[in-house]
Write a protein that binds this ligand. Structure first.
Ligand SMILES: [Zn+2]
Length: 145
């Protein structure tokens, strides 16, 4: 049995020559072809391993995930947002990439919490105290802002 493929604009014709010598033409329309596409063309492949907390556009290190979604058995579709330049991007990433991102996020959250506590203990508490004191004594006037 011989087969020939003819690519055309909206469909392709597969001409099949039967052992008897008879030729039949099978027409595949594009929709049919797409539906019948092999599975690996539907599953989105993961992007190369990379540091997801780093912003592509501004190089900021505070990129965080807006959405997580399974994309196949080992991949994740993640929507990322950079608070620095307000850019969003979406991509499919492998399990390892996403796990390291997760660890980085944990570290980032820890660092933020530490910074916050340190600020609270040091000058912030002092400044809040001064501010409250000034408010109570009417020492802050509109021109101070
Ligand atoms: Zn950015």
């Amino acid at each position: 049995m011989e087969m020939e493929h003819h690519e055309e604009q909206s469909h392709f014709v597969k001409r099949v020559v039967l052992p008897s010598g008879k030729t039949i033409e099978v027409v595949y329309f594009k929709d049919t072809v797409d539906t019948a596409a092999p599975v690996q063309e539907v599953v989105r492949h993961a992007e190369p391993d990379q540091e997801l907390h780093l912003c592509f556009d501004c190089g900021g290190e505070l990129v965080y995930p807006v959405e997580w979604e399974e994309a196949g058995p080992e991949n994740w579709s993640v929507v990322l947002h950079c608070p620095n330049c307000d850019v969003c991007r979406e991509g499919v990433f492998g399990q390892d990439t996403v796990e390291r991102f997760d660890e980085e996020l944990d570290r980032g959250a820890d660092a933020l919490a530490r910074d916050y506590k340190r600020l609270m203990r040091a000058n912030m508490a002092e400044e809040i105290g001064r501010f409250v004191g000034a408010l109570q004594s009417d020492a802050i006037l509109p021109e101070d802002f």
